[in-house]
Design a protein around this ligand. Structure first.
Ligand code: GDG
Length: 470
């Protein structure tokens, strides 16, 4: 096997695109960068809803060395699996939002069944020596279902979002089933040490498992490697975006609009995990407590709509639009609009130009697996006028980007103080901080993330489990 590279098979809810123009969403960005380099099979949902019967159609499209195979689902599956269980139960819970989590047995049933049917469709496409890499909270059961179908090869799983502490996760009626199912994988990857520790703590406290060494956990007769692999971006590619003509046009447009004013930006899918309400309040507090900024700064929040079928997301949009209206009503003058929120999406190049026009980027999630916007903002800057990153202590990116101004995203005062500090920071300090963050972003790329994960999966020895630590 050593002289031939094993085929990579990636499974994620959505597949592609491989080109530069993905919609808002961090998973696709990280994965397409990884797959483009290595080639392989990418398997998942087509995004189409079939009325004929679920899982009826299978389509394959080949681009470069990547075959993208997708299947359709019907409305009932999408409702139970995607909107119901994945996004109304698991997403809020894993982001520590027990208050927003809904649990019902119908969506639990559909989620399990979709995982099982995905496995049944994927299994015949697999060869024993493939490296199968499953992604994210949509597919906790997929690995164990593939084992049920007889697949004996290497199975890896990566969780893009946080893994909350066992005290919270145990509220999920199926929490034990889910973590037991995760044990069917050989390598289970997390964004941060905190997430990894939470998973290991669940295995030990709830399932009676034990830690064998720094990375391996055993529960009954299963041993998994639980490891941390912080995801990154294609940093070189991203800095090229930032110097493209399209980025230049957007940068110029925004700089012209701002005139002498300093530009603050935020870029997030519209999601309650991103701390947008608290961020808007922090900006309002800046204008209250540091009135010298009135008329001198403007804040653009790009927030493409996401999961708008769900009530919590509809409520969030209403709240943000009201809050922006309130802030503008309170502070605007005839020639100055303090805050603007845009729910339309931009191309990735246009976004890079927007980052470049900004003096400050606000990345203040209440909880985030990693947060690629923070890394993109850093990669888009250049040495002539680097912007300042204000970053939540609860974003996974904080571990690598400690030279950002770190804030508690729940504290309006903290956000306002960090904004004031960012807006008045000397060029030297901005440059110094940016240089160090730039090094981190260029070291921890998407390619590095992928290589590290696959190296771990390849080196895992499923046949002869390592002997236990004494
Ligand atoms: C999940 C985890 C983890 C945003 N607006 C537009 C647009 N975007 C792009 C950004 C960025 C991506 O979407 C968002 O990625 P994040 O990482 O910030 O957040 P999630 O979507 O929640 O991603 C996260 C990630 O998975 C990867 O593991 O980092 O913690 O929650 O790339 O630039 N893209 C375009 N138009 C927009 O208007 N084209």
């Amino acid at each position: 096997m050593a002289d031939r590279q094993r085929r990579l098979v990636v499974v994620s809810n959505r597949v592609g695109p491989l080109n530069d123009e993905g919609k808002a969403g961090g998973l696709a960005v990280g994965l397409s960068d990884a797959l483009k380099r290595r080639g392989g099979l990418w398997f998942g949902w087509s995004g189409d809803i079939s009325e004929e019967g679920t899982f009826s159609a299978e389509h394959t499209e080949v681009q470069d060395d990547v075959a993208m195979t997708t299947i359709d689902m019907n409305q009932e599956d999408i409702d139970g699996f995607y909107y119901g269980y994945a996004n109304r139960s698991l997403w809020p819970l894993l982001h520590y939002r027990l208050d927003l989590a809904h649990f019902d047995r119908q969506s639990d049933r559909v989620y399990r069944s979709v995982n099982q049917r995905f496995a049944a469709r994927l299994a015949p496409l697999l060869a024993e020596d493939d490296l199968v890499w499953v992604h994210d909270y949509h597919f906790f059961y997929l690995g164990s279902e593939l084992r049920q179908c007889g697949f004996k090869g290497r199975l890896g799983f990566f969780l893009h979002i946080p893994f909350c502490p066992p005290e919270i996760f145990t509220a999920l009626p199926a929490s034990h089933d889910i973590v037991r199912a995760m044990l069917a994988y050989d390598v289970v990857g997390f964004q941060t040490e905190t997430d990894r520790r939470n998973f290991v703590a669940f295995c030990i406290r709830e399932l009676g498992g034990e830690k064998l060494d720094g990375r391996r956990v055993r529960v009954g007769d299963r041993t998994v490697m639980a490891q941390t692999f912080p995801i990154g971006i294609d940093a070189h590619g991203y800095s090229r975006f930032a110097t493209s003509p399209e980025a230049g046009e957007h940068e110029e447009m925004l700089r012209d609009l701002a005139g002498d004013r300093l530009q603050i930006v935020g870029v997030d899918r519209m999601d309650y995990s991103k701390g947008l309400v608290e961020r808007f309040r922090g900006f309002e507090r800046l204008l209250e407590d540091y009135p010298e900024n009135r008329g001198k700064v403007q804040f653009l929040q790009v927030a493409p709509l996401s999961r708008s079928e769900l009530g919590a997301y509809v409520d969030l949009r209403r709240e943000l639009e009201e809050l922006a209206g309130h802030i503008n009503g309170r502070f605007a003058t005839l020639d100055w609009t303090p805050i603007q929120i845009m729910t339309r999406g931009f191309t990735r190049r246009a976004l890079a130009g927007i980052y470049r026009a900004a003096r400050v980027c606000l990345v203040t999630p209440l909880r985030d697996g990693m947060n690629l916007v923070a890394k993109e903002f850093v990669a888009a800057q250049d040495a002539s006028d680097p912007g300042v990153l204000v970053l939540s202590r609860f974003a996974g990116a904080r571990a690598e980007l400690s030279d950002a101004l770190i804030v508690n995203p729940y504290s309006t005062d903290d956000i306002a103080r960090a904004l004031q500090r960012a807006l008045t920071m000397s060029f030297d300090e901005r440059s110094h901080r940016w240089e160090r963050m730039r090094e981190a972003v260029f070291a921890g790329t998407a390619a590095h993330w992928c290589d590290e994960f696959l190296a771990s999966l390849e080196s895992f020895d499923p046949v002869t489990p390592e002997t236990d630590a004494a």
